[in-house]
Ligand binder design. Structure first.
Ligand SMILES: *Cc1c(COP(=O)(O)O)cnc(C)c1O
Length: 385
């Protein structure tokens, strides 16, 4: 098979560490659903899901039926998949037939799912999402009452698998009043279930930030995305943890992701010459530069032109000139014995140096999640110990 111009490695031991860390926070009885939307936040569903399963994960959450199918293709038969976002009507029968769990966030959807469940001869597992204050998707109180009646009437076809909501901004202290309101409203929905004598198998609202900091949000399941990949959702969450363990610093979560390429060519550039397109970089002295075989079309942000670094032989090599579509150049004048084919780390550790996603995103103003999820799915991903 021909080689791609860059590659991503996922470190299983780091992932195992993160799961143990999260598990400690949430306790052993709470189900941990691994959120793998956006191609597992850029880590690559195909490699990530089997690795997560080896670390004990058996529930995955995705944003669409397309992603659910990607998980289904690589997961174990007993693994559970939950779609939190869009399912086109045409795909509902497929989801029911495959035993995929799904969010329902409007009343009309219930009849469609009921028809599919009857047609497939298989009950549908539904998570009723309720509106508590994020105002994106979720059943209003009025719709919820009707929905419970409907669920009760058709309970041989519709399984009340979950009652859920999404907290909008639990990673930031300044949102506390809003999160408190969401928690209160969620409890009201739960009360309504109780009084109508129809209760969900699972209650869930917490994603990473709440799972790590708010015990009263973990209920029966948490949906953890960013933290399992080794990123703190925010400084607030990190400092809350430090306070809890009474330490000045703590690694806690570890990045599992390394993005690598190789040196494509090395050349000498005379003082006064320009490097790459235009006049963005002029050599102030005689220089040795390395050419790297990827660019913005491969997910490397163009905003790092003349600003970012890569790691070569454990040393930082500054980017010189503009990031091209498929190439960029770095200064290696200060690094000895560099050869064509040498390994280059774009994100991750090499020797004693590390390039974090955040050092990228500070410059580019992208969110960590945004940067990661934009990495092309065509880059090969591989699991390493
Ligand atoms: C993305 C998402 C999550 C995971 O959020 P993280 O902050 O990455 O843990 C959980 N629930 C829903 C509904 C989501 O869309």
């Amino acid at each position: 098979m021909v080689k791609h111009s860059s590659r991503i490695e996922l470190k299983q031991s780091a992932y195992k560490n993160n799961i143990t860390f999260i598990r400690k926070k949430i306790g052993k009885d709470v189900l941990l659903s691994s959120v793998v939307k956006a191609n597992a936040y850029g880590h690559g569903i195909e490699a990530f899901v089997p690795m997560a399963e080896r670390c004990g994960i058996d529930h995955f959450s995705v944003a669409s039926s397309f992603e659910a199918e990607e998980v289904l293709r690589v997961c174990q038969p007993e693994t559970r998949i939950m779609i939190m976002g869009i399912i086109y009507e045409d795909d509902i029968s497929w989801a029911v037939a495959c035993g995929i769990e799904m969010y329902v966030y409007n009343f009309d959807r219930l009849q469609v799912v009921l028809d599919a469940a009857k047609k497939e001869g298989k009950p549908a597992k539904l998570h009723l999402e309720v509106e508590t204050g994020a105002n994106r998707t979720g059943l209003s109180k009025k719709e919820f009452g009707k929905s419970l009646t409907f669920m009760k009437r058709h309970k041989q076809h519709l399984i009340f698998e979950g009652l859920c909501t999404h907290l909008g901004g639990a990673e930031s202290f300044s949102n506390q009043f809003k999160i408190d309101m969401q928690k209160r409203r969620f409890k009201e929905f739960l009360k309504e279930c109780k009084s109508r004598k129809i209760e969900p198998n699972l209650r869930h609202m917490a994603s990473s930030a709440a799972a790590l900091t708010m015990k009263d949000t973990t209920y029966d399941m948490v949906r953890v995305g960013v933290a399992q990949y080794g990123f703190w959702p925010s400084p607030d969450v990190y400092y809350t943890h430090l306070q809890e363990v009474n330490k000045k610093s703590d690694v806690g979560l570890k990045r599992i992701f390394t993005w690598k390429t190789d040196i494509m060519d090395i050349r000498h550039v005379d003082q006064g010459e320009f490097i790459g397109y235009g006049t963005a970089f002029q050599a102030t002295q005689d220089m040795q530069i390395a050419v790297l075989p990827l660019g913005y079309s491969n997910g490397y942000p163009r905003a790092l032109s003349n600003r970012g670094h890569v790691l070569i032989k454990g040393k930082k090599a500054p980017i010189v000139g503009l990031i091209n579509m498929n190439l960029f150049m770095v200064d290696i004048s200060h690094i000895a014995n560099v050869e064509v084919g040498d390994e280059v780390v774009l994100i991750g550790r090499q020797g004693n140096n590390v390039i974090n996603v955040s050092s990228f995103t500070n410059i580019t103003q992208l969110l960590n999640n945004e940067m990661l999820s934009r990495l092309p799915s065509s880059i090969p991903r591989k699991v390493v110990r």
